[in-house]
Design a protein around this ligand. Structure first.
Ligand code: GDP
Ligand code: ZN
Length: 289
């Protein structure tokens, strides 16, 4: 076995992590600034019983998902390319939730897409109208039933070559979907640490067919949108941002300023009311999530 190897961080525990190299999955001591999804260089240390690894360095990242708070922020996953937002009639997914994730993804160099799960349940008019908002934004969209295995092939085809995080309210079907795609029961993922005490992983990366990665991390699910600069929020609402460039004043508040192109497009229906409301709510910190 080569002494220095490159690998992918696939599991993270409180003070250790698992790095997958071409040879093996090697347990390493966790170090600062390394998270699941990172590519790292490790040095193999072989003591009498066990092979272990020492993380030497980490490669530059394509993207990061960050838990941002006003004073501090913490990276929770690296190199994610796609966020799959699970939307369901039951539990009801709010547009706040969807817009928060579309925004977070857009501002993090990650592509958001929507998974309409539980298509076996009744989808009423109100629900379908909600979905229409996002279809109009040209966000990729897949209808599935994770429980009855409908269209899961479309999800796996879509995810080829990508690294995805599924997000959704509790009960939306993230575990069911991840279990179906990976064939692993993700709720029973435990590890015994060196004292023999089992610890649940903080985050796990599953690989399917070598070219699809799914990151499951409870820490990712409750990311906040506080912490983004007020001025950046509009960039996460791409269609509103595009119109805002034609506002008469550079510092337009997009509420009641003279010559505002955004409110004009809101009135004529080219900007959706619910998208607009969430933009203002997030920007002006009226949100409570
Ligand atoms: P999580 O909290 O997002 O991980 O959600 P789970 O995967 O634990 O699913 C919550 C509940 O929704 C479970 O009872 C699942 O069986 C159910 N569920 C998941 N997918 C579907 C679906 O496509 N249709 C229906 N009717 N129920 C589903
Ligand atoms: Zn404006």
């Amino acid at each position: 076995m080569e002494k220095v190897q490159t690998g992918l961080v696939i599991e993270f525990y409180s003070n250790s992590c698992l790095v997958r190299t071409k040879d093996a999955d090697i347990s390493c001591i966790a170090i600062k600034d390394v998270v699941v999804g990172d590519i790292v260089k490790i040095e193999i240390i072989q003591d009498s019983k066990k092979i272990k690894g020492l993380i030497l360095s980490r490669e530059p990242r394509f993207s990061i998902l960050e838990k941002k708070e006003v004073l501090k922020s913490k990276v929770v996953a690296a190199n994610v390319t796609h966020v799959g937002i699970l939307v369901t009639p039951e539990p009801k997914t709010s547009t706040d939730f969807i817009d928060k994730w579309v925004l977070t993804a857009n501002l993090s160099n990650i592509t958001p897409f929507i998974i309409n799960n539980k298509i076996d349940l009744v989808q009423n008019e109100e629900y379908l109208t909600k979905l229409e908002i996002y279809k109009n934004l040209k966000i990729d969209f897949i209808d599935i039933s994770a429980k009855s295995n409908q269209n899961l092939g479309q999800v796996s085809d879509y995810l080829k070559g990508k690294c995805v995080v599924f997000v959704g309210n509790s009960g939306a079907g993230k575990s069911t979907l991840t279990t179906s795609l990976t064939g692993k029961d993700i709720k029973t993922n435990v590890l015994y640490n060196n004292q023999g005490v089992h610890t649940t992983s903080i985050s796990t990366l599953y690989e399917i067919d070598n070219d699809t990665k799914i990151i499951d991390s409870p820490g990712v699910r409750d990311l906040y949108i506080t912490g983004w600069d007020d001025k950046d929020i509009i960039k996460g609402f791409s269609e509103i941002y595009a119109f805002s460039r034609y506002c008469k004043f550079n510092d337009c508040n997009h509420i009641n300023n003279d010559g505002c192109h955004v409110t004009e497009k809101l009135i004529n229906g080219e900007i959706n009311q619910s998208r607009y409301n969430n933009f203002i709510k997030f920007r002006d910190r009226e949100e409570d999530e």
